[in-house]
Write a protein that binds this ligand. Structure first.
Ligand SMILES: Nc1ncnc2c1ncn2[C@@H]1O[C@H](COP(=O)(O)OP(=O)(O)OP(=O)(O)O)[C@@H](O)[C@H]1O
Length: 407
């Protein structure tokens, strides 16, 4: 595939002045004294966009999304690094940008069209489509300064998608319109996508990114935190926003990582405290990045310090990071005998097909006796794992189901 946008090591810094006068002082200072502080909004961004990609750009407020788009459209230039764009861009960056408030909607269509390099005749040919798409009635003849933000969005969108762009950039503009208009825009964007238009789509709505985009980039504090398949990146971002957890992004999900362990005592040694009758000494997962329906294995090593513990039971529980309890079977309920004599033992808990959908999950492990009433040793959040997926469904778990058409 051909790269239509190539972004390499891009840094963008802004000069921050405490007072407006400082800018002037700096400009005329004979000693070239600096009156500004440097603020790095983008710090070494690199990624490519292939022709025909629909790329979602995710990131919380201030992460650098608008700056990046302004660099791509050429409104700003980078402090260092390079940006290559090989196609005609049509962008809706900020509502109203590129519009003259005194001109009517129609005159602004000409203004925008001419700025994009179209002749008046070419714009005339597109005018009906634009007016029809914007669907703002009589207002098209009114100065845009009296437009509501919704009307602005309609006109801006109508213009930018009716100029046969090779690259369409949509920055949050959709959020302004009503549901019907949003649907119409998405339909039109899909049509453009199917014709090979490359689309860059900034949205806080991760579901929109999952549904519409095939790829995504997550910007965090001016750097690319993760990039790849859209639903995986959207999941990671969503997880981060929900729980503030950052999993190392592992594009090769099957890679084995160093897994956390509680301890790894070489020899079996009875603890000095005689009240300790059993303890969990090691918990290990087969990996820590999964996909739904993967096999999850939790290996638990534990030690028994009495000669024998009656009714010893082991429980393994899965929680969300905000401690929503998802599932917690134990060996007593399932009538599994586990080794309960003095010494070190190992058990494996296996979920052969993980039904959980995307997210981060934590595991608790506990040793009990008396049917789970007496806790011998409990380890909360002892290991965690994350699940990223292709977009297969929404929610917490994947439940087996079927659909029937009734009428
Ligand atoms: N002209 C400017 N001068 C100084 N700082 C700026 C300027 N423009 C943006 N910034 C700063 O750069 C950082 C990135 O801003 P940017 O607008 O690119 O973020 P964003 O991800 O688009 O945020 P949002 O989702 O709120 O639109 C922010 O901290 C912002 O304050």
């Amino acid at each position: 595939m051909v790269d239509i946008i190539e972004i390499k090591d891009v840094v963008k810094s802004y000069k921050l002045y405490d007072k407006p006068l400082d800018r002037l002082k700096e400009a005329i200072s004979p000693t070239h004294k600096m009156y500004h502080k440097e603020f790095i909004a983008l710090n070494g961004i690199s990624f490519n966009v292939e022709k025909g990609d629909a790329l979602g750009i995710l990131g919380k407020n201030g992460s650098g999304k608008s700056t990046l788009l302004k660099l791509i459209t050429g409104v700003l230039s980078p402090s260092s690094g390079s940006i290559q764009v090989k196609g005609k861009i049509s962008a809706i960056l900020e509502l109203g940008a590129g519009f003259n408030p005194e001109y009517s909607g129609k005159e602004n269509v000409y203004l925008n069209g001419l700025m994009m390099g179209f002749t008046r005749e070419e714009i005339d040919n597109k005018m009906n489509n634009i007016i029809e798409f914007a669907d703002i009635g009589e207002f098209i003849e009114q100065p845009v300064k009296i437009y509501s933000s919704g009307m602005f969005a309609r006109l801006a969108f109508a213009v930018s998608i009716n100029v046969e762009p090779e690259i369409l950039i949509v920055d949050e503009a959709l959020a302004v319109g009503d549901v019907r208009f949003q649907t119409k825009c998405i339909d039109k964007m899909k049509e453009l996508k199917s014709k090979g238009t490359t689309i860059l789509f900034v949205s806080h709505a991760t579901e929109q990114v999952k549904r519409f985009c095939n790829k995504a980039v997550w910007l965090k504090d001016g750097v690319v935190q993760a990039s790849g398949e859209s639903s995986e990146i959207a999941d990671l971002y969503e997880d981060f926003m929900k729980y503030n957890t950052e999993h190392t992004v592992n594009t090769d999900i099957s890679t084995k990582l160093d897994l956390p362990e509680i301890s790894q005592s070489a020899d079996f040694v009875k603890p000095s405290n005689p009240e300790t009758v059993a303890s969990i000494t090691k918990v290990k997962l087969n990996k820590n990045s999964f996909r739904t329906f993967d096999e999850l294995e939790v290996e638990v090593e534990y030690e028994v310090y009495d000669d024998l513990i009656d009714d010893l039971l082991l429980g393994v529980a899965i929680y969300t990071p905000d401690r929503k309890y998802i599932f917690g079977p134990n060996t007593h309920l399932e009538k599994i005998d586990i080794p309960n004599r003095l010494g070190r033992h190992r058990m494996k808990y296996i979920i052969s097909s993980l039904p959980l959908l995307s997210g981060t999950f934590c595991i608790d492990v506990g040793l009990f006796n008396n049917e789970g009433i007496v806790c011998l040793h409990y380890k909360e959040n002892v290991v965690d794992f994350n699940i990223t997926n292709k977009y297969i469904s929404e929610g917490l778990v994947y439940m087996k189901h079927r659909w029937e058409v009734l009428e």
